[in-house]
Design a protein around this ligand. Structure first.
Ligand code: PLP
Length: 375
């Protein structure tokens, strides 16, 4: 079977893990953790990055730092992964789900605007498939109203919007290094803190509620419990695994994009024939080829195509089941406006295999199978 995803490996991971083991300490916050964080801060010109044990943990931290009060509302797309919502439901926010733009599957800035109330505290955007949301409009909506922006950039590591890296535009950005993401450490993530006012509290939260980060920098002579916290640091083993992938970040980026472009070029004919739709990339967006998807005419077409490809040894997948219709979504949130696209578009979306080091002939085989299906 051709898998949907193959975890990224550069071949250098074992070397770095050995170095971590030989260093004598595997607890979080060591040399490799620092190296990962410094790499991101430099590459993305970010004021502060904290490595976390998952993307979900990074979202959790962002949600906590937003200081949600009873009755506060958080606007987010319904078309996203559960983690985006869970983080904010847990701190007591009322979730307000909005519709997406069918062209990008990203949350619709006009729908966000219509969903605003005096209780809106946070807007969470998710950059689907590593293609940026309309950040200019979203930032503009938030600015005068004192609303915080959290970017769920789990798909968007290394992607850009108007030349800026995703995750560095809102108040907080959240990356994931889960095994299915472009860059991985098995399980892991990072929180980007773009507003310096939040850095001190973020470090305390990250360090189990202590001011240990200040202590390490020599700013206090002993460290103690000062605020709420959790254990958000990954082990040095995980950080050591991520380092070689960051060192090869541009190579991995280009390799995936080549696969993405090959799919697009070869499937264009089916799009022009009207059999399928292909993703559209707005001019302002430099994307990282996290996902390659097509859209079929209907849900029934999609399911038949999925079965057809499976019989040819090709794994495909769909997502997301709209959160506003999920058991927890119904409990913690409501949908604002009309569901014009979320349900309909998600039912006809099909993700094709894409991973680092994918061979051209594998893509050609998959494309040929899709052409066969459409006759
Ligand atoms: C993967 C993902 C997350 C969560 O990341 P984990 O590292 O698996 O916790 C959050 N949001 C989106 C959109 C994701 O795809």
């Amino acid at each position: 079977m051709i898998p949907l995803n193959r975890p990224t490996r550069t071949g250098k991971e074992i070397d770095y893990i050995r170095q971590a083991i030989e260093s004598g300490s595997l607890q979080g916050g060591g040399r490799f953790t620092q190296k990962c964080m410094e790499w991101m801060e430099k590459k993305f010109s970010a004021s502060k990055v904290l490595l976390t044990s998952s993307g979900t943990a990074a979202l959790d931290m962002a949600a906590y730092l937003c200081s949600i009060q009873p009755g506060d509302e958080v606007i987010l797309p319904s078309f996203t992964f559960s983690s985006t919502a869970v983080a904010f439901a847990r701190v007591g926010a009322k979730l307000v789900f909005v519709d997406i733009c069918p062209e990008t599957m990203n949350c619709d800035a006009d729908a966000i605007e219509k969903a605003l109330t005096v209780k809106t505290k946070v807007i969470v955007v998710m950059h689907y498939a590593g293609v940026a949301c309309d950040m200019e409009k979203v930032m503009c909506l938030a600015k005068d109203r004192g609303i915080l922006i959290v970017e769920d950039a789990a798909h968007g590591f290394m992607s850009t919007y108007k030349g800026r890296y995703l995750g560095t535009i809102g108040h907080f950005g959240c990356y994931s290094f889960h095994d299915t993401k472009n860059y991985t450490m098995g399980e892991g993530g990072a929180l980007v803190i773009n507003d310096r006012n939040f850095i001190e509290r973020a470090e305390i939260l990250w360090e189990k509620g202590t001011n240990r980060s200040k202590f390490i920098r020599g700013m206090v002579d002993k460290y103690t419990w000062v605020d709420m916290g959790d254990s958000y640091l990954p082990s040095e083993l995980n950080a050591a695994f991520l380092i070689p992938q960051l060192e090869k970040a541009d190579l991995i980026f280009r390799d995936r994009l080549e696969s993405w472009d090959r799919y697009f070029d070869r499937l264009k004919e089916l799009m022009l024939r009207g059999d399928i739709q292909l993703p559209s990339i707005p001019e302002d967006c430099g994307h990282n080829a996290h996902i390659f998807y097509i859209k079929t005419g209907t849900c029934e077409h999609r399911d038949r195509l999925m079965d057809f490809l499976k019989a040819k040894g090709i794994c495909t997948a769909f997502h997301y089941l709209p959160l506003h219709k999920s058991p927890a979504g119904l409990k913690y949130g409501r949908f604002a406006g009309e569901d014009h696209f979320t349900s309909f578009e998600s039912e006809r979306l099909l993700r094709l295999p894409i991973y680092y080091g994918m061979e051209s002939k594998t893509i050609d085989y998959i494309v040929k199978a899709i052409f066969q299906f459409y006759g």
